[in-house]
Write a protein that binds this ligand. Sequence first.
Ligand code: SF4
Ligand code: SF4
Length: 395
Amino acid sequence: MDAPHDTGRRELGDALRHGHPAVVSHVRARHGPGLDEAVGRLVEPFGGWTSIVAPGERVAVKVNLLRAAPPEKAVTTHPETLGCVLRALKAAGTEPFVADSPGGRNGPAKVARAYKLSGIADVCAAEGVQIVDVEDDRSVLAAPEGRLYRSFAIGRAFKDADAVVQVGVLKTHQLMRLTGGVKLTYGVVPGLAKAHLHVKAQRREDFADMLLDLHLALRPRFTIIDGILAMEGQGPGSGSPRELGSLFAARDCLALDAALADRTAHPRERVYTVAASARRGLLDLADPYRVAGDPIEPDTGFTPVQKDLQVLLPPALHRLARKLVTARPRLVDADACIRCNECAAICGTRAIVMDPLPRFDDSACVRCFACTEVCPTAAIDNVPPLPMRLFPPRR
Ligand code: SF4
Ligand code: SF4
C-alpha cells in the first residue's frame, strides 16, 4: 500500500511523541435523513475528505462483515453509514471498493449472502461501488515491528490499495471486550487463516498484541466507528443492539479505541487492545485523545460482555483460572443448530466434532471463542462456570 496522502502514517504514535494526544471526532447522530451531513461534520476536524484521500486513489473500504445478519442486529457495518462514506469518497475523486472477510469458511455463496443480508450489497449497487472478494487472492503483509507476528496473510486487495478506510460498528467482544478500530482490521485476514492466529495467541494479552501487530503493519488511513446502533452484551456476534447515537472517527485507532471505551463506560485499561497500545508506549491512558465535536459521555447502562475470573485474578493464578473458571463454548440451543459445521471449521485446535451436533473437547479448547462468533444462529455460546453465574463480577 503506497499512500501519497498518508497523514495517518505520520499521526499514528507521532502525536503522543510530540506531547499531544491524537484527535478523536465524535458526533451525535441517527440513521436516516441528515446522516450525510453528520458524517461530513465528523470528518471536518481532519480537514474533510480531501485532506484524507487524494483524487484518483483506489480506496479499500474495510467494513465489518462478521456474518450474515440484518442491519438492525448491529453485527455488521450499517449500510446507511457506509453509503455516506462511499458517496463522500467518490465526491473526493477516489475510486472506492468494499471488502472484508467474514469469520469461518468462506465460499462465494456465504460471502454473497452476508453482503446481501447486511444491506451492504444493495448500497454498493446503488453507489456503483465494487465489492472485492478477498478470500482466495492473498498476499503477505510484513510486520517488521511486530511483537508476536512478523507477517500476516491478508487479502491482496487491501495491500494493493492506495489507502484503507475502515467503517465499522461499535460492539462488545468476548475476548477483547470491545470491537473498535484495532480489532476491525482483523478482517483483512481471510477466513480460516484467522483460526491459526487464534491458536498461537491464546492469552487475551497475546491476542491483543497480535491485533496491534496487524493494525500497525497495515495502518488504515482513517477509521469511522458507527455507534449509532451499537452492540452490548455477548458481542461481537450474539449481543443485543443498543442505541448510543454516536459516530466516531480518527486517523489513530489507538486513541479511537480509548474513546470507545469511555463512551461504553469501560475502564480504559480493561479493553485489551487499549491496554496493549499503552504497554507499547503508543497511548497515554491518562490522556489518550483530544475530542473534537460533541462531548463523550459514558453510557453507564451499557452491558459489557460477561467476564470470567481470569481478568480479576492475579497473573500467577491465570493458568488455574483458565482451567477451572473461564467460560467454555457450549451448545445452548440444540434446536437452533442448523448443523452448518461453521463452528467446527473455524476451530484451529479441532476441539469441535460434529456428532451430529457440535461436541466440545475441553482439553483441546483454547477459549478463543471464534466458534461462538461465527455461529449464525446463536446455538452455541460461552457459558461461564456456576460461581460466575451466581456471583457475576463487577464491571
Ligand atoms: S472450541 Fe474452543 S478453541 Fe475451538 S473455536 Fe471454540 S473456543 Fe476456540
Ligand atoms: S452450533 Fe452454530 S455454527 Fe455450529 S453447526 Fe450448529 S448452527 Fe452451525
